[in-house]
Design a protein around this ligand. Sequence first.
Ligand code: F0G
Length: 357
Amino acid sequence: RHQWQGVIEEYREFLDIAPETRAVTLGEGGTPLIHAAHLSELVGAEVHVKYEGMNPTGSFKDRGMTMAISKAVQYGAKAVICASTGNTSASAAAYAAKAGLTSAVLVPAGKIAMGKMSQAVAHNAVLLEVDGNFDDCLTLCRKLSESYPIHLVNSVNPDRIEGQKTASFEVVDALGGAPDVHVLPVGNAGNITAYWKGYTEYRDAGLAGSTPAMWGFQAAGAAPIVLGHPVDEPETIATAIRIGNPASWDQAVAARDESGGLIDSVTDEEILEAHRLLSSTEGIFVEPGSAASIAGLLKKSRAGEVPAGARIVCTVTGHGLKDPQWALHTTDGSAVETTKVPVDAVSAARALGLEDA
Ligand code: F0G
């Protein structure tokens, strides 16, 4: 039986990494591609979900971080820095801890989910809560990494994109070919850039006959690419993708256009509806930002724009336990009611509808 070695060892020949560079790995990648029967039926296509919440720190960021931290060690870096809406910081902190590097993370104050915050702290990051949004944090990090000996591990670092492209390889390997459509959430736009790089490289290597149309979805209150201009004050409950000026904007547009795809937006209501559908009918628990891909697919389905019978992969980017509060509220914002019972079988049976009240 094969023990998954992490994305660097599994795909080393496809990655820009020197043979002598040792992998700093937590066993990332190799995530499940789950056939989604209910969703497939709903949209009239063959839908699979790439569950990236199953990575070691609970998000897709680990694929890029294993590369970025392995190479940071090779470059002789002693400290790394990133801006984050939460998942990048959790991942950077974990891989830096593993490598024995110091990590510094800048996050928008009060706007990152508690699970992510606790990860950064647990992995010993120096955490700065910035009185600004993600875009402000990234600007600060770029300045600091230019002026001080601290290595930037945001996705503007090409090593991150390089690692993240392995998700496309896994999809093609699992399906025996490229899907027709690949759907994913878009925030800072590194991931759509990485997936497109992976798909085109696998095609060029003769390992995937075709490439999918890339469908990206931003949150409606943070949809600069859809609007065609930066958003100064991005707002969405999907804090992971609360970004107004994506660093990889041009690359995302190129991925959209070269693939014959689209970038559109989904409302917070649509995100929460998709979040609930996924957990209640497919058994897959994600954070709200991740549900943007599912919400986007459902939106396109309602508009009659999902090609019948198409093979579709939706990436869900982060685990539901990162930001669990949304499961405990209904879509109108009120708290989900729980049922309390005494230690008594008849009361429990009544509460379960097994006995008449
Ligand atoms: N989904 C989740 C759960 C994310 O954390 C992010 C980005 C995205 C989607 C969007 O990916 O930025 O490559 O377009 N999170 C970054 C962070 C910004 O700091 O954790 P993207």
